[in-house]
Ligand binder design. Structure first.
Ligand SMILES: [Mg+2]
Length: 303
């Protein structure tokens, strides 16, 4: 395992989240009109926070990472209870399915019941958001060489709030891709898709296959629909020439900028390593030291 890449996953995720935060919900053209190219951490904007402020994406990824380290295992009930504690802190940014599921968990649902209920009662179009994919990357580090287990824990971590198979397998595909990057495989997305092909929803794999072949998609969407977010983030994370370009490209597309930025950042961080993330970005993110320490612990002892 490459420690620079493992740290890159968590720090890249935080960088994309924090860069995208002030322009969440803006269109590409309004970002361009206001900022030219947004490539530095700015304050105010959407959610009116100081420069470098992370949002729900990194907050929930931290819940997962802390749980893995403190429990020395994947414990979905413990992760769910950390999500509920975070929900009780009145976060300024929280997705709809996550809010509904965490509210049910708070009132007594088991970790594997709440997200299932919310999914079954949500109409198509509102049932497969990107809220579990954005927080799952910490799981790729300790399970990078145990793919069967990585698929299971990725899917279960999604199930806490997002039970749709496009979401649960979306987490699996992202984490298998990150695991491939940690292990320096040739075409990590193709390997990931091959691994889940028999069980993942066709809609998901069909949308991502062209990216694994290197085809340039006609259109990259920036909505919070899990398949759109994954397509765009995997494109920008895997087909740019450096980590900064990957994250800046993703964020400047507009739309769900913090989440697509976060997913792109995790991929680019795994690909290029933490050392390639801009120092001036990391300098204003308060959680950098904890994220680095967690990444090192998640890697476990040197083999
Ligand atoms: Mg967010």
């Amino acid at each position: 395992m490459n420690s620079n890449r493992a740290r890159g996953i968590l720090l890249g995720l935080a960088c994309g989240d924090a860069l995208g935060r002030p322009v969440e919900f803006s269109s590409a053209s309004s970002i361009a009109a206001e900022h030219g190219q947004l490539d530095e951490m700015i304050g105010h904007g959407t959610w009116n926070q100081p420069a470098g402020t992370i949002t729900d994406d990194t907050e929930q990824a931290l819940c997962i990472a802390r749980s893995l380290v403190e429990q020395q295992a994947f414990d979905p009930a413990d992760i769910a209870s950390r999500f509920v504690d975070w929900y009780d802190s009145n976060p300024f940014d929280i997705g709809r399915m996550t809010m509904k599921s965490l509210s049910r968990l708070k009132h007594g649902d088991d970790w594997n019941e709440a997200g299932q209920h919310v999914w079954e009662t949500s109409p198509e179009g509102q049932n497969a958001g990107n809220g579990s994919v954005m927080r799952c990357p910490p799981l790729a580090i300790p399970y990078a060489t145990d793919w069967e287990r990585l698929v299971t824990v990725s899917r279960q971590s999604s199930q806490i709030t997002h039970a749709d198979p496009r979401c649960t397998y979306g987490c699996a595909v992202l984490n298998l891709t990150l695991a491939g990057l940690l292990n320096d495989v040739d075409n990590p997305l193709r390997n990931a898709l091959d691994y889940v092909d028999a069980s993942a929803p066709d809609e998901l794999t069909a949308a991502l296959r062209p990216l694994a072949r290197g085809d340039q998609p006609d259109l990259l969407e920036t909505s919070g629909y899990v398949i759109h977010s994954l397509q765009t983030a995997l494109h920008d994370g895997l087909h740019t020439t450096d980590a900064e370009e990957a994250i800046v490209t993703a964020v400047n597309r507009g739309g769900d900028t913090d989440t697509i930025g976060a997913i792109t950042g995790a991929i680019a961080g795994a690909r290029f390593g933490a050392s390639q993330l801009p120092d001036q970005w990391l300098a204003v993110i308060d959680e950098v030291d904890e994220l680095e320490a967690l990444a090192m612990e998640l890697e476990g002892p040197e083999e």
